[in-house]
Structure formats: structure tokens, C-alpha cells
Design a protein around this ligand. Structure first.
Ligand code: GLU
Length: 475
């Protein structure tokens, strides 16, 4: 099995393109096949080197590695042109000297397809006249003569496909300026690279009968085709920038993990046939079979991406997250970030990563643990402090004294807090919630005893002291 990903470098790596690349890659890895990367750079007007770079970067980030390439379609120009001339020599294609605007006008007047008008004109022209015009240096395009009948192929996703050839136009295969056209170049390259399976987006489905006809005319065995349905936004419309980020690179910048992105992309239009959703790269490779690619479009659900990211984040070794978290923390607290103790930061990340959905969230949630004058969230104060500030202050004061006498371990601190709650006849929550606001400024945090241990004795007691001042200062 040999598969390929054939992006056109006319933009960044779009999530649709990334999914196409991933499906091909999964298929190759599962079957022990070869994954070829071919950059289709024949659109001189729209190609940019930086787009090629962005596409390769996106693939590397996702961990979609290629076995051969990157090849560039432009390297095959001579071969493409030679194949067009071969079809011409064999009578399977014809020269089109006509002026496109004139042909269009005639086609419209006669209610025909322009390529059939061009064909008529070519057939009406004697061989001598054609030779004379060629000798005179007149430019001409080469058009493929679509045979009568119908074209069938079996699609891996959609099953048996049939197209009436009368609906397929006589496509140009070599332009007047000698440059080849996508449909010929892609057939020539896929044959040259011995590609056995072409998995690509549904937007290419209308090209496939043309390509199948070209394979047959050139005498080449055609690959197996599979067309993957579109990706839609939550509103059911084709995914576009209106729905949010569509470039893979944007998700990298947002702190999405490549494992989560790969998992998410794999589930866009495919499923493993069981209940699993959170899957590693290895599990995906093992489970991927193209017969479970869905025929209907899939919805790009950002909420699901975020959830999957949280699941993968929790499973990611802290040591791998730490450099990125430190970098992002730096944006929030400046130079102090680089001075943070590695082990301590690791413990903080351990606590935060199980609840966060992105690396960015970890970095944001880390702030109150890093600076002592962190803000108190209004809602947290309203809920846990302000209903009765004096009682709250009294409880925190008692708690501070009890904790100060405790050994500073999770178990001992928990014992001290619960003992105090019991002696005072209040539920432990009446102490824990105000304490959490005092230590973190927030209503939600990792387990409070873990937080106490992480902050250490003196910082924890100082924070309770700061809360007492705040609670006893008239607003
Ligand atoms: N270069 C084409 C594109 O980016 C893909 C061609 C193909 O997969 O056959 O849409």
C-alpha cells in the first residue's frame, strides 16, 4: 500500500487538509504502507513558500511523519507535458486552437458545453491545416477527448459510483503556454509514485471520473479512491473562519496538545466502532479501517476538542508540559517565572493539569500560587465570605491557629481541620470554602490539603492573615 497527501501550498494547513493527511497516515501505518508527501505547487499565482513551510510545520506538530518526499509537483512538468503529447499522438486528445471567449459564446448560443464546441472545431479542421498552424507557431491547448459511455469506479466510502461521460467535459490537459493542468498532473504523479490508494476530500469527487478516464487512456492501473465527507461548522454550514480557527497552527497557539488534535481529527467522520473516544495515536493506528469512514458530513465541535484536550492533558507527563507552562506563565508574571523551582512547578502542574483543558488554562490557573497579592474573585467572595464576614473571619482565625500547630502534611492538616470543625459544630465545608478563597482567591481549586502542602506553612498562614485583614476592613 502506498498513499499520499498532496496539499496545494496556497494557504495554511486547514483542519480539513490535516484530517485528509491523518487518514492517509493512519491507513499507511496500520497496513505497514508508505506515506508520501507531495506538494502540488503548480498554481504559480497562489503558491507561497511560507505556505509550504506552514503545512510541513503543521504535519510535524501533529506527528504525521512522511516516508517519502516532500516531492514537488512542478518537478514533473516535463513528464506531464510528455503524457499530454502522447495522448495527442495516440488520437486520444486533440489540439484546441480556438479562442476561449469565442467558444464560450458559441456554446452558450447553442446550449452546449464549451469543450464540445472545441471538439467540433478540432474535428472540422483538416490534418493539413492543423500542421500548418502548428508550424506557424500558433499556440494551442491539448484537450482530452472524453469517450462515450459511462465511467464507474468503486469508492471506499461511497461504494459504486457511476458518471455519464456526456456530463464530463473534454478537459484541457496541457495549456497553450505549455503548463499542465491539475487533473493530468495528479494522475501522472500518482502513477509515477505508484500510489495504490487515494483518500481525499469529497470536494474532489467530481474530478475522479476525469482522472479515471485519464488513467485508462494512458494505460495505467488506477488506484483505489476514497472520498471523505466535508467538515461542517456547528450550524451545519461548511466549516469556515466564521466558525473560529480553521488553521491547525491556531490550535497549536491556543495550547491544544497534538495528541488531542490528532484524536479529534480522527473522530471527524470516522469512529472505532465501539464506545471509545479518548484514544492515543497508537490506539488510532490499531483501530483505523477506512470502512468506518462515515458517508455523511461531520460537525466540528470545539467543545469536544476542548474536552479531549483536557483528557490528554491529564495523561501527559508533567515534565513535558513544564517548559510551555513556564513560558506562558512568563507572559503573566514576568521574570519571576524563570526563577521558579523546577520541582515545585512540577507539583503545581500535577495538581492543575487534571482539571484544566488547555496548557494556557494551567498557566492562568497557576497565577494565584505564584504571586502573593493575587486578586480575590468577586463571585468566590460573595459566595463564601461576604454572607457573614465576621463569622467567616472568626472561623478562619481559629483555623489558622489549628493549622499552625499541625504537622504540615496532607493527612495531619486534614485531621486538624476536621477536628476543629467537629469541636465547633460546623460542617467541614464551612471551613474549607472560605479557606480556599483565602489561599487562591477562587471558588474552585485542587484539593485544599494538597494546596496547603504546595504553598507551605508560612505562605499559607500569611495568606489567611491577608484574608482576615480584607474581611475585617469595612468596604
Ligand atoms: N492538491 C489538491 C488539493 O489540495 C489535492 C489533490 C488530491 O488529493 O488528489 O486539494
Amino acid at each position: 500500500m502506498r498513499v499520499r497527501f498532496a496539499p496545494s501550498p496556497t494557504g495554511y494547513l486547514h483542519v480539513g487538509g490535516a484530517r485528509t493527511a491523518l487518514f492517509n497516515w493512519l491507513l499507511a501505518r496500520r497496513e505497514g504502507g508508505t506515506f508520501v508527501l507531495r506538494v502540488e505547487d503548480t498554481d504559480q499565482m497562489r503558491n507561497r513558500d511560507e505556505h509550504t513551510e506552514a503545512i510541513l510545520h503543521g504535519m510535524r506538530w501533529l506527528g504525521i511523519d512522511w516516508d517519502e518526499g516532500p516531492f514537488f509537483q512542478s518537478e514533473g512538468r516535463e513528464r506531464h507535458a510528455a503524457e499530454a503529447r502522447r495522448l495527442l499522438a495516440e488520437g486520444l486528445a486533440y489540439r484546441d486552437f480556438s479562442d476561449p471567449a469565442e467558444v464560450r459564446a458559441e456554446a452558450e448560443a447553442r446550449g452546449m458545453h464549451p469543450s464540445r464546441v472545441a471538439r467540433e472545431r478540432a474535428e472540422a479542421m483538416g490534418a493539413d491545416e492543423a500542421e500548418a498552424r502548428v508550424t506557424a507557431g500558433e499556440p494551442f491547448a491539448i484537450r482530452f477527448r472524453v469517450p462515450d459511455g459511462e465511467t464507474r469506479f468503486t469508492d471506499l466510502v461511497h461504494g459504486d459510483m457511476r458518471f455519464g461521460n456526456e456530463d464530463v467535459d473534454d478537459l484541457v490537459i496541457l495549456r497553450g503556454d505549455g503548463t499542465p493542468v491539475y487533473n493530468l498532473a495528479v494522475v501522472s504523479d500518482d502513477h509515477d509514485m505508484a500510489i495504490t490508494h487515494v483518500l481525499r476530500g469529497d470536494d474532489h469527487l467530481s474530478n475522479t471520473p476525469k482522472q479515471v478516464l485519464l488513467y485508462r487512456a494512458l494505460g495505467y492501473a488506477e488506484p483505489v479512491f476514497g472520498h471523505v465527507p466535508l467538515i461542517l461548522g456547528a450550524d451545519g454550514k461548511r466549516l469556515s473562519k466564521r466558525h473560529g480557527a480553521t488553521a491547525v497552527g491556531d490550535y497549536e497557539a491556543l495550547g491544544i496538545l497534538p495528541e488531542a488534535m490528532v484524536n479529534f481529527l480522527a473522530l471527524l467522520g470516522w469512529n472505532p466502532g465501539d464506545e471509545r473516544e479518548v484514544m492515543t495515536r497508537e490506539e488510532l493506528v490499531e483501530a483505523f479501517t477506512p470502512d468506518r469512514i462515515l458517508k455523511k458530513s461531520s460537525i466540528f465541535d470545539l467543545e469536544k476538542l476542548s474536552w479531549l484536550n483536557g483528557r490528554h492533558l491529564a495523561a501527559t507527563p508533567t515534565a513535558r508540559l513544564a517548559p510551555e507552562v513556564r513560558r506562558m506563565i512568563g507572559a503573566n508574571i514576568g521574570d519571576a517565572a524563570s526563577a521558579l523551582d523546577e520541582t515545585w512547578l512540577g507539583k503545581l502542574i500535577d495538581l492543575l493539569k487534571v482539571r484544566a483543558r488547555t496548557v494556557r488554562e494551567i498557566a492562568e490557573q497557576a497565577v494565584p500560587y505564584l504571586i502573593d497579592d493575587f486578586p480575590y474573585e468577586t463571585e468566590a467572595m460573595a459566595k463564601h465570605w461576604e454572607r457573614d464576614p465576621e463569622t467567616t473571619a472568626g472561623r478562619l482565625e481559629g483555623l489558622s491557629a489549628a493549622l499552625a500547630e499541625s504537622e504540615w502534611t496532607e493527612d495531619a492538616l486534614e485531621g486538624a481541620l476536621r477536628g476543629l470543625a467537629e469541636r465547633s459544630g460546623v460542617g467541614a465545608g464551612k471551613l474549607i470554602h472560605p479557606l480556599r478563597v483565602a489561599l487562591t482567591g477562587q471558588a474552585a481549586s485542587p484539593g485544599i490539603f494538597e494546596v496547603l502542602v504546595l504553598l507551605g506553612r508560612s505562605r499559607s498562614l500569611e495568606r489567611i492573615g491577608r484574608a482576615l485583614v480584607r474581611l475585617r476592613t469595612p468596604a
